[in-house]
Design a protein around this ligand. Structure first.
Ligand code: GRF
Length: 199
């Protein structure tokens, strides 16, 4: 049975869209299925994308120590949780209940250029200011600290001489859209095998 994925998004949801498109095209071979899209913001465009794809779209209260989230995850029988532009810290109760089954994507090569406040354009500005010639994408396990859990996958994106934070962000985001669905589905496959006692 396919692993049931919840996607959490606070914003525009282009990574959510990449996941929706991937699963729309890979129904036969996929190890996962998007069972829920949830947001802390009722106005998040990600929710529109979910509705357009006929997926359940729910809003939760981010200030209740994870109770609402865990209720939703139970209601939709969620196996793994995918953060896609979700900007808040995941409450400890949720991290504990879904240990090693919550993943996030970061638009830089962690452990550099991560941590509290390092999101969006700030990451790319810091990369450019550092003078490094390489940026990239990191997919990692979510634990109690921002941008801190084990790295699952990284992919490098070169920094060009004439890059601005905007141009670099666009290339990194495009890499995210390719990488994230594939890594999410790999995690779905592994979590499925694990739940069947294979390892
Ligand atoms: C992405 O850059 C992702 O790495 C970060 O937040 C951004 C989300 O963009 N975590 P979108 O909402 O998926 O378009």
């Amino acid at each position: 049975m396919a692993a049931r994925i919840a996607v959490l998004a606070s914003g525009g949801g282009t990574n959510l869209q990449a996941l929706i498109d991937f699963y729309a095209g890979e129904r036969v071979t996929a190890a996962g299925t998007i069972a829920l899209v949830a947001s802390d913001r009722a106005g998040a465009y990600a929710l529109e994308r979910a509705r357009a794809a006929a997926l359940p779209a729910e809003v939760f209260d981010p200030s209740d120590d994870g109770r609402g989230l865990l209720t939703l995850f139970e209601r939709y029988s969620i196996d793994i949780v995918v953060l896609a532009g979700y900007l808040r810290r995941i409450p400890t109760s949720v991290v504990s209940a879904y240990r090693d089954r919550i993943i996030n994507i970061h638009p830089g090569l962690l452990p550099e250029f991560g941590g509290p406040g390092m999101y969006g354009e700030r990451v790319h500005k810091a990369v450019l200011e550092s003078g490094t010639k390489v940026s990239g994408v990191t997919v990692h396990i979510v634990d109690e600290e921002y941008d801190h859990g084990s790295v699952i996958a990284q992919w490098r994106v070169g920094v060009r001489e004439d890059d601005t934070a905007v141009s670099l962000a666009a290339r990194v985001l495009s890499a995210e859209h390719t990488i994230y669905p594939r890594v999410v589905d790999m995690v779905a496959a592994l979590s499925d095998l694990q739940s069947r006692g294979e390892f």
